[in-house]
Design a binder for this molecule. Structure first.
Ligand SMILES: Cc1ncc(COP(=O)(O)O)c(C=O)c1O
Length: 392
């Protein structure tokens, strides 16, 4: 079945399954227990911590395991706000952040006295540091959130330049790298990132685990209290098997960087775009599709608008052919409101509703692309736009 929805969740990598199976088969043990089984589970967790740290250029001791990207973003935003004095709770978020960041910031504004400013993006979805800078309030801004690459349109962001501005104002930089973690260029130290969010299932690991990587010296208040695991920042028994899968997926994603995986994805995406353009010459591409994307966008993501065709109708027809893809972001699918990302990029809401996101990843093939193009061809025949002036 052609799966072109990696940005929603990637299929499990074989390496992740291999790492998880022995831990699932063995008697369950708590990694905090002192006995032999507990120590074995702890060893698996610590290997995973090293693998995840290596993926983003961090030290293993900086990795705080969470239940996924949403929790990592929430811990970063709320944990920073709560660690700051009430008069220093100003936040700046790019307008195209995931709802895990934007809604955590909205909570901070409603319930913790924070003030939130949104940094605008250009027509490609990119933050301009020159327009973000004036929003900073030195001494008052606690956190700036700019994601590594956008989950809906794939555009990369100038993270290092924004980090410099944030630090000069005394703020920390949160980089949501949930989509971009496997790409070259996402590096805690080199980019000056203080807080970095990851999700295992976007990398080809299991769902239900993720991490917030917290640069040493960054102050955070925990949101989940209990047994004091993860240096007191995130209590709860660690799921050793799932974390072993996360670690193995991170190691495999890192290994991909030294192969042609990125180029292969960009080539497949370009074949997909060529195929779709031949079917719908009026098709519009969202985001920056000029290779190479200077800010390192997602090589396997293609967001396109089919003018005159509603994305939900198209998705339904593609699903009948076994082709999986999304309208905008999966988290927002089903909601009638158009994507906040496309609207922030200046698309009108009607156009945003005609947008489909195809996303490729570690196991994608040319056959997937061909099947998707063939299915779109059939769907477009059914959904031929109405001739001008005719009501539909
Ligand atoms: C950029 C980004 N941040 C955060 C999340 C949330 O991650 P999770 O699904 O692991 O909670 C997603 C998921 O779509 C995402 O794409």
């Amino acid at each position: 079945m052609p799966y072109l929805d990696y940005a929603a969740s990637a299929p499990l990598r074989p390496e992740a399954l291999t790492a998880m199976l022995p831990l699932l088969e063995r008697p369950a043990a708590n990694p905090s227990s002192q006995h032999g089984q507990g120590r074995a589970a702890r060893a698996a967790v610590e290997t995973a911590r090293e693998q995840v740290a290596a993926l983003v250029g961090a030290a293993p001791g900086e990795v705080v395991f969470t239940s996924g990207g949403t929790e990592a973003d929430n811990l970063a935003v709320k944990g920073t706000v709560l660690a700051r004095a009430p008069e220093a709770r100003h936040l700046v978020c790019s307008a195209v952040e995931h709802h895990a960041v934007l809604d955590a910031a909205a909570w901070a504004a409603a319930d913790a006295g924070a003030q939130v400013d949104l940094a605008p993006v250009d027509g490609l979805g990119r933050v301009d540091p020159g327009r973000l800078g004036p929003l900073l309030q030195p001494g008052r801004t606690a956190l700036v959130a700019v994601m590594a690459a956008n989950n809906e349109v794939g555009t990369g962001q100038p993270v290092a330049a924004v980090a410099e501005l944030a630090h000069a104002a005394g703020a920390v930089l949160l980089c949501d790298a949930v989509q971009a973690a496997g790409l070259p260029g996402v590096d805690m130290a080199a980019d000056g990132i203080d807080l970095l969010a990851l999700a295992s299932h976007k990398l080809g690991g299991p769902t239900g685990v993720g991490a917030l990587v917290v640069r040493a010296g960054t102050t955070l208040r925990p949101l989940v209290h209990g047994g004091g695991q993860e240096r007191g920042l995130r209590s709860g028994t660690l799921p050793a098997a799932a974390l072993a899968g996360f670690g193995a997926a991170a190691a495999a994603a890192l290994a991909d960087r030294h192969t042609t995986a990125g180029t292969t994805l960009a080539t497949l995406r370009s074949h997909l775009l060529t195929g779709l353009r031949a079917l719908a010459p009026d098709l519009e591409v969202n985001g920056d599709r000029f290779a190479p994307d200077p800010a390192g966008g997602l090589p396997g993501l293609l967001s396109v608008r089919f003018p005159g065709r509603r994305a939900e109708d198209l998705l339904l027809l593609l699903d009948r052919h076994g082709v999986a893809c999304s309208a905008g972001s999966a988290c927002a699918s089903g909601a009638v409101t158009p994507s906040h990302v496309l609207v922030a990029m200046g698309r009108d809401p009607a156009a945003a509703r005609e947008t489909v996101r195809f996303s490729l990843g570690h196991a994608s093939t040319q056959a997937d692309v061909d099947a998707a193009v063939a299915a779109v061809a059939q769907a477009l025949e059914v959904l031929a736009p109405a001739p001008q002036g005719v009501e539909r």
